[in-house]
Design a protein around this ligand. Structure first.
Ligand SMILES: [Zn+2]
Length: 175
């Protein structure tokens, strides 16, 4: 089996001319191989509904000619499997997990009622996200509706409605 070395490791070897023979123990070798496998796994996003590969396509593919979303990450079985998510233009990374139409609509509703908390100036936007993360025990990077399940969206809508009611504002979305 060929030996695989990390780039940093090889750099260290090159810097040290006295080092002639380099070997990795079996354990290290399998560790490096696993690291490489995991790296590839992270890149390949599978559709969470059917397990098929996903592909990056123009937003027009799912939203039609007037799409304001430039790129989407979409199930390769679309439209048979109606599962996709928008992609950030600057990083090329998905804006969350892939969602079917039911979950996409639920996330839109959850965002609307959550946004009304800072739009009505009950809290500023940053504070609203901090409130959300504390409420559900999330890290700030996890406090992202694009990653929320249907259940989490319902919990958020419920909690946001309580905040709106307590501040004498009409509820955003009724469950
Ligand atoms: Zn799919």
């Amino acid at each position: 089996m060929p030996k695989i070395y990390t780039k940093n490791f090889l750099k260290k070897v090159k810097q040290n001319e006295k080092c002639v023979v380099v070997t990795l123990s079996e354990d290290n070798e399998s560790e490096v191989l696993n690291m490489k496998k995991n790296k590839n796994k992270q890149k390949a996003i599978k559709c969470p509904y059917c397990g098929a590969k996903t592909v990056i396509r123009d937003g027009t593919y799912v939203y039609g000619e007037n799409s304001w979303i430039k790129k989407v990450c979409v199930c390769s079985r679309y439209p048979e499997c109606d599962s996709f998510v928008g992609v950030y233009e600057h990083t090329g990374l998905p804006k969350g997990t892939l969602a079917n139409s039911e979950l996409r609509n639920k996330r839109i509703k959850a965002h609307k009622v959550f946004d009304s908390i800072w739009k009505k100036r009950i809290m500023d936007r940053d504070s609203a996200y901090r409130w959300m993360k504390d409420k559900f025990g999330l890290t700030l990077s996890q406090a992202h509706i694009g990653n929320f399940s249907d259940y989490m969206c319902n919990c958020l809508i419920d909690e946001c409605n309580k905040v709106l009611t307590n501040n004498d504002c009409a509820q955003g979305v009724l469950l």
